[in-house]
Ligand binder design. Structure first.
Ligand code: CAA
Length: 390
């Protein structure tokens, strides 16, 4: 219903690519807690690193739904590669394209859209997680630029990125309006990569602390005006949340595909376990949840491309629902595979661990409910104003 024949052809190509080039390394990356860097070159060759950027800056400028299909198909076989692609495109690259000056786009985009290099997004800090406005990193004005001090954490692609965009406070007084955003290259003096996280899932994904110590950033590398950083990052997260919804959808689809085939082949009591209602109804619920999540994620993706439409609520709904059903579906898939599902023989145990981050990263499920409910209340107040009463 949402996708065109061309988008389905693209899905088929990405699925083949993901199954042949990424899937064979997914368990290796999970065990080693290391991203296989040669895959970055392959993702780049396939055109998956500049999907939200105009061709003039090296991108492929696909519509959001096509991009979302790519994240979904990659995540179907490997959550770590899915989050790398999602964080690179939606968070690290898109804001430079959307808010950057012509000079910034020419300087930073080609390397990360078609040059095989990665980008990262630095918002979270030890004391500013869900409260993103609590940013403490400070950029003090100095001559033609800023001296930046502070620490970021939970940064996807942190040590393997060439380009980083991050937020820092440029004013102590102005609340979220005192936050600005900046772009740096990984070899900027004063920038260093810190501790790598030892995680439950997406263990192949590089998640890092980042440190800024008396780091000079010229004013020409500030993204937009002073004070615009918080809003830019919130707008960016709207798109990022659709991509995390797609990642969750892909992981859940991967687990369902394995569980349904297993249930049809596995015999107990002289018949396939899929013929027991206890298993068949589980498969029915999983497929229904997948379908509902796909509608929410694709709808939000289509809305993102409509000029002048704010899709904050739909993005939050898509991420909230897709990530929660991904946790349920991967958990249920383990149950269907029984003891086999509890081992490394099948990837469902990895998918179960990978799915959980989708309920946390780019805003927890509680934050999505906060975002959705605030907008619902605004909409209800607006409706009351229009009609005057119930
Ligand atoms: N689009 C446009 N503007 C937005 C916006 C959006 N989606 N969300 C907020 N704003 C604007 C508001 O309109 C407001 O502007 P005005 O004052 O001009 O009206 C301003 O921003 C402040 O908004 P709020 O009052 O809503 O701000 P808040 O402090 O209450 O915070 C929040 C809102 C939703 C809780 C926000 O802090 C939030 O999303 N928190 C979660 C952060 C998050 O997702 N972090 C994960 C980062 S991912 C990461 O770091 C790891 C990685 O690599 C993947």
């Amino acid at each position: 219903m949402w996708t065109s024949p061309e988008q389905e052809k693209f899905r088929h190509r990405v699925r083949e690519f993901a199954e042949s080039e990424i899937a064979p390394f997914a368990a290796w990356m999970d065990r080693r807690q290391e991203f296989r860097m040669e895959l970055v070159g392959k993702l780049n060759e396939f055109g998956l690193l500049g999907m939200q950027v105009d061709k003039a800056y090296g991108g492929t400028f696909t519509d959001t739904l096509t991009y979302i299909i790519a994240v979904e198909e990659i995540s179907r076989v490997c959550g770590s590669t899915g989050i790398l692609v999602a964080a690179h495109n939606s968070l690290g690259t898109y804001p430079i394209y959307r808010f950057g000056t012509e000079e910034q786009k020419r300087k930073y985009l080609p390397d990360i859209t078609s040059g095989g290099k990665l980008a990262a997004f630095g918002l979270s800090e030890p004391d500013a997680g869900s409260d993103a406005g609590g940013t403490r990193t400070f950029a003090a004005k100095s001559g033609d630029g800023y001296i930046v001090n502070g620490t970021k954490c939970w940064i996807t692609n942190g040590s393997i990125c060439k380009t980083l965009i991050f937020t820092a406070r440029t004013s102590k007084e102005r609340g979220v309006k005192g936050i600005s955003s900046f772009i740096i290259d990984h070899n900027t003096t004063g920038f260093s990569v810190g501790k790598k996280e030892n995680k439950l899932g997406v263990r192949g994904s590089d998640t890092r602390f980042l440190h800024f110590e008396d780091m000079y950033v010229p004013q020409s590398d500030r993204l937009g005006d002073e004070g615009q950083g918080f809003k830019q990052f919130m707008i960016t997260l709207d798109g990022g949340r659709v991509s995390i919804g797609a990642m969750a959808l892909g992981i859940a689809q991967g687990a369902y595909d394995i569980a349904s085939k297993y249930a049809v082949k596995r015999k107990q009591f002289n018949k396939p376990i899929s013929e027991f209602q206890g298993v068949a109804f589980k498969l029915a619920d999983m497929a229904t949840q997948l379908q509902a999540a796909r509608h929410l994620v694709y709808h939000a993706a289509v809305l993102k491309d409509q000029p002048g439409i704010r899709f904050t609520k739909e993005a939050a709904m898509a991420k909230l629902y897709a990530s929660e059903i991904a946790s349920n579906i991967t958990y249920t898939a383990i149950g269907i595979l029984g003891a086999e599902g509890y081992t490394e023989k099948y990837p469902v145990e990895r998918m179960y661990r990978d799915a959980k981050i989708c309920e946390i990263g780019e805003g927890t499920s509680e934050i999505q409910r906060l975002v959705i409910s605030r907008i619902l209340i605004e909409e209800t107040n607006e409706a009351l104003k229009q009609t005057g009463n119930f």
